[in-house]
Design a protein around this ligand. Sequence first.
Ligand code: EPU
Length: 335
Amino acid sequence: MRIRLNYDLSAQNTFRMKVSCACYVEYETVKELEGLNFDRLPKPLLHIGEGSNLLFTGDFPGTVLHSNIEFIKYVDIGFEDVPVMVGAGVAWDHFVAEACRHGLWGAENLSLIPGEVGAAAVQNIGAYGVEVKDILSGVVAFDLQERKKVKFSREECRYGYRDSLFKQPDSKGRYVITSVLFRLSRKPAPRLDYKGIREALEGRDPQTPQEVRDAVIRIRRQKLPDPEEIGSAGSFFKNPVVSREEFGRISPDGSAPHYDLPDGTVKVPAAWMIDRCGLKGTAEGGAAVYEKQPLVIVNQSGAATPQEVLALEQRIINTVRERFGVTLHPEVEHI
Ligand code: EPU
């Protein structure tokens, strides 16, 4: 266990905002977490993963907690389905890479997403037609209110688009996820319908999850900034869902990219709207709209401040609202 006071969080957020917290606690085991003297820690408490979906808007007055619970346990007894229990502190892509190496299907479309396993289950991360909820069967957590271990089935996690029970106002911050149970499969189940995947496979029929993983990695490397090189928090905004009528106003000839949802509504890529507003490359101080994927705000200079990111966010929201009458909502959590 590591406890630090007045801790610099630059390395704990992929946006690389230079902010600090009053107290930082990193624990290695569930026992250490349960044994913490929560009453004595500066409040509020904030549990983070890799900090890849956060925007710190200033110094944090409370305690930032981080899990180093790292294990991957396969329950492989020869069935088609293979349950896998994974510690919350495992890097998400480490888990995906391992699963692919073992020839297990299910996680490959979610390759190269930054972050850790616990946070992936909070956020219901998704990419290329797959969401975490599609392969998750349950979550084990520590309830900070009752101070006891709790379990949630997938249904109890109430997953939606980038949403879960753990993000609802009455549960937010209450549960610390300690491990996640996934269900992977030996049976080939490639999901290749998302635009771009088949092209990246160059006409081949993938025989292994590794082939799909490699294709996804190729696409992501082309479009998304490498967190090692340039600070960002991935997609900054959620893709808005609008009614059919609204979509008709956004794109009278229907040519805008869109996905029809089963309930009759339409999801429109925020990236397209931001692009159409001519905002690619727009900057506020050191923060800029990423040229290759305008849904991403990057810390272009390496020294962007939270205020510059917030100013750019507001500029994008206002411009898109004026042009399309749609209000974008951030996907990145503001702290
Ligand atoms: N587009 C443009 N101009 C551009 C870029 C994109 O018009 O410069 C349009 C294109 O029509 C493109 C569409 O926007 O087809 C959508 O772009 P893309 O397929 O790259 O996906 P996205 O909607 O921008 C979402 C997720 C990503 C995920 C990708 C792939 C959200 C908020 N974002 O992005 O997730 O990797 O799909 O599945 O749902 C993240 O959450 O951090 C993230 C990166």
